[in-house]
Design a protein around this ligand. Structure first.
Ligand SMILES: [Zn+2]
Length: 171
């Protein structure tokens, strides 16, 4: 059995479950013969379109639970259950999720870069202080070399976030 639309000469549209191959039904409105309405594949897909279930919190963060599992909602009281019902709503949801994961990526990355920069800064300060107390020329030379390396490293880290507007933490 499959659901089809049937159209009669008086333009009544009736949805009816019929055996595949059945071309006509009697129109329940006027009793005239109603013929099967053929839909394009796109139209059929649009008809079959299922709403996308998702969760949203007050901050506007959206989550699609795995396999649309509604039980997850019970474990997340901060989230409201929502549905994207039209294609444009689904498109909006998809766009939002893309943006969200991109922001998370940048947040994660900027934290890592910030840590690296801090470590380099700390090591550099430590080396500079140690360098002041050194009297042995060979130790001085090696420390100067290490300091130069750390300064290079710091220069390498800087452009990474300066070239991208996303790493505002460093400004
Ligand atoms: Zn009719």
């Amino acid at each position: 059995m499959i659901a089809h639309d049937f159209l009669c000469p008086s333009n009544h549209i009736t949805e009816r479950m019929v055996k595949s191959g059945q071309q006509f039904i009697r129109c329940p409105e006027c009793g005239k013969r109603a013929g099967l309405v053929y839909l394009s594949r796109a139209q059929r897909n649009a008809q079959r379109f299922e709403p996308v279930y998702y969760l949203e919190n007050a901050a506007g963060e959206k989550i699609i639970p795995p396999a649309g599992d509604k039980e997850i909602a019970a474990m997340m009281p901060d989230y409201v259950q929502k549905e994207a019902r039209t294609l444009s709503e689904v498109r909006e949801l998809t766009k939002h999720l893309d943006r969200q994961s991109q922001e998370r990526f940048y947040k994660y990355h900027s934290k890592r870069i910030e840590n690296k920069r801090r470590n380099t800064e700390t090591n550099l300060e430590f080396a500079l202080r140690a360098r002041e107390k050194m009297s042995d020329p060979l130790a001085q030379k090696m420390t100067d070399y290490a300091i130069e390396k750390m300064r290079d490293q710091r220069r390498e880290i800087l452009p990474t976030f300066k070239s991208s507007g996303h790493f505002e933490v460093f400004e």
